[in-house]
Design a protein around this ligand. Structure first.
Ligand code: F0G
Length: 469
């Protein structure tokens, strides 16, 4: 099983006591020796590493080359695991960093200090495309014929679009029943993925798909796949690019399976190691209160990375208690409705590297924040609203200062979950949506902007129009 490092890129366990390496031609989701998560690592000394981030600007003038056009692969020298001719790209990563004073005001920031990174602008409408382009590339390198994932909706939409547009492999996606937002389910169906709806939740679906992939030799595209996280590092490169290569004070990101936060930490650790940045920003990972494993373990039980040796007994005891009480994840931010985050340990490493904090926010706080992003920006899906709600909480607590430069990652597009959005703005018009909101404890909707219902009569309509002033 073990291969000698004979190339510039290799796979290795995150466990500090395991130095066995595996080639990038192998398909693994855990280290066979340590049973821990794997990283893709590089022999940077033998690679043409840039001497300054500004060097990446050369790619801007070369948009005719799909690899330079891609917002992921124009940084390929920082994820050099694939030969150029194997790279699978569909034009992902054309996302922007928007400075937003209306949202900044809501959060409590000084003017000019709050930024929103719109990952919903990716081809499938979420940040997942950053990772899926990398996983698809690796799937192609190893000759995979079928790829699979479990998903709360965005991973499946992303995997499905890569398969449908490239025709490189067939796709099976596993989703929980009644859990997935319709925008996302519609994507998997429309892109032609075989969609298996499990009578269970995301945690059940992920357990099953891991077993199915191991049994059937199917390529697994969840974030236990270390290649996926390599692509997700580039979200941070684009944030730096958007800030003229300056490092912000804070990155705030929603936490579900904790792939993004893990990837961000790795990105900054590597940039620092390569001398491409002089300091690392602080990281805030925001859980939904109904799916708060990381918050509980990190903020209440004191779980830490501990130089790669986190207290496993603490983690095991937490999950045993969760199972005994049959505690299931439950939040209207369905994207992050996850109680067993597979990247927990990598996220602890990221929090350690980035002097991080973890917070939890209620569904009501999430939806209020989301409404403010909609009213003052391009909009986002509920889970993404968690980052803005989290930034607001950290401002209130004085952890974030009003003059800090803060970047909230908006992970998914506004159109992903129309039910929750319409429910928030117009619950009174639809009992089903009202019930849905109530199930998340959302009773007050201070930023609701419901439709004005008017008779089909010109004079009545004009009365309403005149009231706008
Ligand atoms: N935001 C959105 C919109 C997501 O879809 C997800 C994860 C997250 C945040 C959390 O990111 O897992 O890296 O901590 N969605 C996964 C899915 C689980 O299946 O689409 P994470």
């Amino acid at each position: 099983m073990t291969t000698v490092l004979d190339d510039f890129a290799f796979q290795r366990s995150i466990a500090p006591d395991c130095d066995t390496t595996y080639g990038v031609d192998q398909t693994l989701t855990v280290c066979p020796e340590s049973n821990d998560l794997l990283d893709v690592r590089y022999d940077w000394d033998r690679l043409p590493v840039p001497t300054s981030l500004k060097e990446f600007e050369a790619a801007w003038a070369n948009r005719g080359n799909p690899l330079d056009f891609s917002g992921v692969w124009r940084f390929r020298r920082l994820l050099p695991f694939a030969p150029d001719d194997q790279i699978v790209t569909i034009g992902e990563g054309q996302t922007i960093l928007q400075q937003s004073d209306p949202v900044g005001k809501y959060v409590g920031m000084d003017a000019g200090q709050l930024y929103l990174q719109y990952e919903g602008l990716n081809p499938s409408g979420s940040f997942k495309d950053n990772g899926m382009t990398a996983a698809s590339t690796h799937a192609r390198m190893v000759g995979a014929k079928i790829a699979a994932c479990a998903s709360t909706g965005n991973t499946s939409a992303s995997l499905a679009i890569y398969a449908s547009t490239t025709g490189l492999f067939r796709v099976v996606v596993f989703v929980g029943s009644g859990k997935i937002a319709f925008g996302k389910l519609s994507q998997a169906l429309d892109y032609g993925a075989t969609t298996i709806q499990i009578r269970g939740d995301f945690d059940d679906a992920l357990r099953q798909v891991r077993a199915v992939c191991a049994e059937g030799g199917i390529y697994l595209c969840n974030s236990v796949n270390p290649f996926r996280l390599e692509g997700q590092k580039t979200i941070m490169y684009r944030v730096l690019e958007g800030l003229g290569w300056e490092v912000p004070d804070w990155i705030v990101v929603p936490g579900g399976n904790l792939g993004n936060s893990s990837a961000f930490g790795k990105a900054f650790l590597e940039l620092k190691e390569l001398g491409l940045i002089d300091r690392i920003p602080r990281l805030a990972v925001i859980n939904a209160a109904g799916a708060n494993t990381l918050h509980e373990l990190y903020e209440h039980k004191g779980l830490r990375w501990n130089d790669g040796r986190p207290d496993q007994t603490l983690i095991d005891a937490f999950y045993t208690d969760m199972d005994e009480k049959n505690r299931r994840a439950n939040t209207l931010a369905s994207a992050i409705e996850i109680n067993r985050p597979v990247n927990l340990k990598k996220c602890l490493r990221a929090l350690d590297a980035c002097d991080g904090v973890v917070r939890e926010v209620s569904d009501a706080e999430i939806l209020d924040a989301k409404a403010n992003v909609g009213a003052g920006g391009f909009g986002c899906e509920p889970a993404s609203g968690a980052s803005v709600a989290g930034a607001r909480l950290l401002r209130k607590q004085g952890v974030i200062a009003p003059g800090d430069r803060v970047v909230c990652i908006l992970t998914g597009h506004q159109l992903k979950d129309p039910d929750v959005t319409v429910g928030y703005h117009a619950a009174e018009s639809d009992d089903r949506l009202a019930e849905k909101l109530a199930s998340g404890g959302v009773m007050e909707r201070p930023f609701a902007n419901g439709p004005i219902v008017v008779d089909n009569d010109f004079d009545r309509i004009m009365e309403v129009i005149r009231q706008i002033g």
